[in-house]
Design a protein around this ligand. Structure first.
Ligand SMILES: [Zn+2]
Length: 253
């Protein structure tokens, strides 16, 4: 059912949240746009003006690694300035209230953690861009560590332990999906009685599969997104409005 207007949508959502025992939110780029984080995939986004660097290129080519880090540092001001929006804060309120065990996200901006979720309760399907990781041994590095060496040598540094390349802790195109996270996301989707997809077009696999998994296990499904999604027909409630405005009333509850 598509909510006829914002008010009736929020009201219905409020009832469904009150009736639910276990709510699992699934978030995409739309929840972070009011925080100034661009949707990289959208028209005019980073990936329409810059072709994404695939994982195999990153591994094979020093130029690709340097270019990838140049792009990341160019975005640092945006990521460093971003603060959780109303959507993040509403979910954090439900998390503190014990209704939300964890959030599944396609975002890499660390804003769920910044809103109050413990790191182990944020299931990041695409990783995290606010720190770096060695692609060989998995050692974590702060971005500043990379930046200092990049500025010094004009080239991206390798791991001090195993000498493999260091990359943002994100999942690139062509890189394997993180198995643990996929597993946990599937378990959460099957165990909830209310699944709320927020700000995702639900097109990209595996994102598209989780709402269906929840629905097939008896959960109610709510989709909040400005644009229609591929899964709207499955949903018990569809709210096509601004995410901040839709979830704002649930901040602090
Ligand atoms: Zn290493």
């Amino acid at each position: 059912m598509i909510a006829s207007d914002l008010r009736s949508g929020v009201e219905r959502l409020g009832d469904m949240i009150a009736e639910a025992k276990t709510i699992v939110p699934f978030t995409g780029a739309g929840i972070s746009t009011e925080c100034g984080i661009p949707d990289f995939r959208s028209p005019g986004g980073l990936w329409t003006s810059n072709r994404p660097i695939e994982f195999s290129e990153f591994v094979a080519s020093r130029d690709a690694r340097d270019e990838s880090w140049r792009r990341r540092f160019a975005m640092e001001e945006v990521f460093a300035a971003a603060r959780p929006g109303r959507g993040h804060r509403a979910l954090a309120s439900l998390y503190r209230a014990g209704k939300v065990p964890a959030v599944i996200t396609q975002n890499i901006d660390n804003l769920h953690q910044a809103s109050g979720f413990a790191a182990e309760h944020v299931i990041e399907l695409h990783g995290n861009t606010t720190y770096a990781k060695c692609i060989g041994c998995g050692q974590s590095y702060p971005l500043d560590w990379v930046k200092v060496r990049f500025d010094q040598d004009g080239a991206a540094p390798n791991c001090t332990i195993c000498d493999e390349p260091v990359k943002t802790a994100t999942i690139s195109f062509g890189q394997m999906m993180p198995e643990d996270e996929m597993q946990r996301a599937a378990e959460l989707s099957r165990a909830c009685d209310l699944f709320i997809a927020i700000g995702s077009s639900l097109v990209v696999w595996p994102a598209a599969g989780f709402p269906m998994m929840a629905k097939n296990n008896g959960a109610r499904l709510v989709i909040i997104n400005r644009e229609p999604t591929d899964q709207d027909d499955l949903a018990d409630l569809v709210i096509r409005h601004d995410i901040g405005e839709t979830l704002g009333p649930f901040v602090g509850n």
